[in-house]
Ligand binder design. Structure first.
Ligand code: NAD
Length: 702
């Protein structure tokens, strides 16, 4: 089978009919989205596109040439027209007259704003000059793995020549900026027939007279590199062949789940909490289990986009799933992480310049475990996932480069100068302040129910990631979809469990650990309501209440406690009990007793948790009719019958009038109590109770 048959080549997805209906500006968006939608062409957020278009100058009414170029931030796969910066071409070119040496590079970026066309507020990127100075109407700059494999090879110039002849040029590594823009200008002036340029250790520039030609050239240049690499890889085993056999999927996940909270604890102790991501895709397993892992991993990544996300090098843990268990890995972790931090600090000290920003977090982002996979940690889940994707790109690059040559990471000083570039620092400083629960993970049982979902929404508004756990698979899935729509798919995960079943619940907490890397907030909430006079209460009714409400809360809080203790970052356990935990109601002995036990359980958890910074508190709802599924069933009917009400609204009114404040209580009100106990605002409260019941004198605590 050749490369095309194996689906390795990029397909031309240009649609002439669609293109014909678009304005030149819209066509630039179309071209950019087509390119960015395939991660083989460019990584998330990486690369940029441009067109030099005729526009009417709002000042003079005359036609002027304007550079439309992707602005700072954003992703070409999803960007819209407002993602492009616009600059007067003549002004941009005129900057060449005042540029004398590369000492002025950072200063030049500030001058791009003076070239802005039509008051466009989009900030320009550092790649602006690269696009502006290539004297061609349309320019693409992308980071395809196949091209970077060539670009990161020891003899990348020779390989570029071998693949493309004179049609694609090559320039040595140079940090993006004004100077590199001038290099590209010189190259295109001297090589009028060239269609593109490989940038050593970085990526690809291609161009065309029309947008379609530009797009097709980009695809063609990448496909030729893919064909070349595929041809040379035939019959060779990647990375020197297998050293460690991969564990079975269940063991891989179990090791990740056991490892992640401990790593998270060790790297979050002295700074913001991190979130984790686990990847055991075939390409990761092939690399981490290979003979060459030990020599390739320390070389670091090459493309600047890659190492800005992954740090200069990963941390490799020594492990063999054939003979070892996760428990064998844990004792050595603190030292392994400390050694990495010391190595990073030494790199910082070796490379820092007089005006370098202070050293950033010295912990590793990428953790490689032979036979198991890769863990990545970052300030939020999406960034952790994307860091993993970037390292996968780096693996592809190393595979390609070692097939045809010797792989080369970027020289250390160059990597440092990018990582600690003042412009990068300014970008970090511009980032919005993190929200109150950013970096935190909440596990909510009964998460698909009324109070569970309201709590999830409230915690996510404050930046938490949420694991919804429920017994109802259908509603669980719909709830996941709803939250993903509002807060992004990265921030929510679901897991099925019956809280009365120990094995299922233990497995659910492992899933949560593998999904986000740990746990900070646990809301024990899965529940039911039931009523029957004492004499009619069967053992089955009694047992059901005890199983779900008492045993369920016990098992949930115990598992949360274990993870939190192991993680060493404290935590907050919140039990949704009931007014009936404090006030006995006639005809509900089983329910009231089970609810009362939750309250006391919380106090016991508070006592044992305090030495570890684990808090436990109770929120007591009462009569939350709207949104609750409890009230839609038998319970609601029984209550309606006993109060002789005809409609749901009437029943709600009965409870409203019964309250001291004469107000209805909603799931969102309970969620506020949850948010209070989850956040640092309540960091000095444990063993406490908040009633959210619109006032009930019998339930006053004392
Ligand atoms: P709800 O029915 O809307 O949500 C409860 C969720 O728990 C449901 O999604 C259900 O599928 C899940 N669940 C039930 N049994 C389970 C099990 N064995 N394992 C896993 N999941 C299970 O009800 P709600 O009103 O949101 O109630 C949430 C909590 O609040 C319950 O503990 C309830 O007792 C308590 N509470 C509610 C009220 C109220 O008026 N709604 C009053 C006091 C206390």
């Amino acid at each position: 089978m050749d490369v095309a048959e194996r689906g390795l080549l990029l397909e031309n997805r240009w649609d002439d009919a669609v293109a014909a209906s678009l304005s030149p500006e819209a066509l630039l968006v179309y071209r950019s989205n087509l390119l960015g939608s395939d991660k083989r062409i460019t990584n998330y957020g990486g690369g940029n596109t441009s067109s030099k278009l005729d526009e009417r100058d709002p000042l003079t009414g005359e036609t002027v040439k304007v550079l439309w170029v992707k602005g700072s931030g954003g992703d070409i796969g999803s960007m819209r027209l407002d993602g492009f910066a616009t600059l007067y071409m003549d002004k941009l070119i005129s900057l060449q007259a005042i540029y004398k040496s590369d000492a002025q590079e950072d200063e030049m970026v500030g001058l791009y704003n003076h070239c802005t066309f039509n008051l466009n507020p989009r900030a320009t990127s550092i790649d602006t000059a690269l696009h502006g100075f290539i004297d061609r109407p349309h320019v693409d700059h992308v980071h395809p793995d196949a091209i970077i494999a060539i670009a990161a090879s020891a003899d990348s110039r020779k390989l570029t020549q071998e693949i493309y002849g004179d049609t694609v040029g090559w320039v040595p590594w140079r940090r993006p900026g004004f100077e590199l823009g001038l290099w590209l200008k010189k190259f295109t002036e001297e090589n009028p027939k060239a269609r593109g340029l490989v940038l050593e250790a970085h990526g690809l520039f291609t161009w065309g007279d029309t947008q379609k030609e530009c797009y097709e050239t980009t695809l063609d240049v990448i496909n030729r590199a893919t064909e070349f690499l595929t041809k040379h890889s035939a019959g060779k085993s990647a990375f020197g062949g297998e050293r460690i056999k991969s564990a079975m999927p269940e063991k891989r996940r179990a090791v990740a789940a056991g490892l992640m909270p401990v790593i998270r604890g060790l790297i979050s102790k002295n700074g913001p909490f991190k979130l984790g991501h686990f990847d055991d895709s075939p390409e990761v397993l092939e690399f981490v289990g290979s003979r060459d892992l030990a020599t390739l991993a320390p070389l670091g990544t090459s493309c600047p986009d890659h190492f800005l996300r992954t740090k200069i090098a990963p941390l490799v843990l020594d492990f063999d799933p054939g003979t070892q268990e996760v428990a064998d890995l844990l004792p050595g972790l603190p030292e392994a992480l400390e050694t990495y931090r010391e190595g990073y600090a030494a790199y910082y000290n070796r490379c820092k310049r007089a005006n370098s920003p202070a050293m950033r977090d010295p912990n590793a982002v990428v953790y490689l475990i032979p036979g198991i996979g890769m863990l990545t940690f970052a300030a939020d889940k999406a960034t952790a996932r994307i860091a993993g994707e970037f390292y996968r790109n780096a693996i592809n690059v190393m595979r390609g480069a070692t097939t045809v040559s010797v792989y080369r990471g970027l020289p250390e000083q160059e990597a440092f100068d990018i990582e600690y570039w003042l412009l990068e620092e300014a970008k970090l400083q511009r980032m919005p302040k993190p929200r109150a629960l950013a970096g935190k993970v909440a596990f909510i049982t009964g998460g698909a129910g009324g109070i569970g979902m309201a709590s999830a929404r409230r915690l996510m508004q404050d930046g938490a990631c949420v694991v919804l756990c429920d017994i109802d698979r259908g509603v669980l899935e719909t709830s996941r979809g709803e939250l993903a729509k509002s807060f992004g798919a990265d921030a929510v995960s679901t897991v099925w469990a019956d809280v009365t079943k120990e094995d299922a619940l233990v497995a659910a907490f492992h899933e949560a650990a593998a999904a986000f890397g740990g746990l900070d907030i646990c809301v024990c909430n899965a529940g039911i309501a039931s009523a029957s006079p004492l004499e009619d209460t069967t053992l089955a009714i009694w047992q059901k209440n005890i199983d779900i409400l008492a045993t369920g809360y016990f098992l949930t809080s115990r598992e949360a406690f274990r993870t939190m203790k192991e993680q060493g970052l404290g935590g907050s356990i919140i039990m949704i009990a009931s007014k009936n935990a404090l006030v006995a109601s006639p005809g509900a002995a089983a329910y009231c007793t089970a609810k009362a036990s939750e309250l006391h359980l919380s106090r016991c958890v508070a006592l044992e948790g305090a030495p570890f910074g684990i808090r436990s508190n109770v929120v007591n709802p009462d009569a939350v009719l709207r949104g609750s599924r409890i009230w839609k069933g038998e319970w609601g009917e029984q209550r309606a019958a006993s109060y002789k009400t005809e409609s749901f609204d009437d029943l709600e009114a009965v409870y409203r009038e019964r309250s001291l404040l004469k107000r209805s209580v909603y799931p969102e009100d309970i969620a506020e109590g949850v948010a209070f106990f989850a956040s640092e605002i309540s960091s000095k409260s444990t063993g406490n109770i908040i009633n959210v019941d619109a006032g009930n004198a019998n339930a006053f605590t004392r």
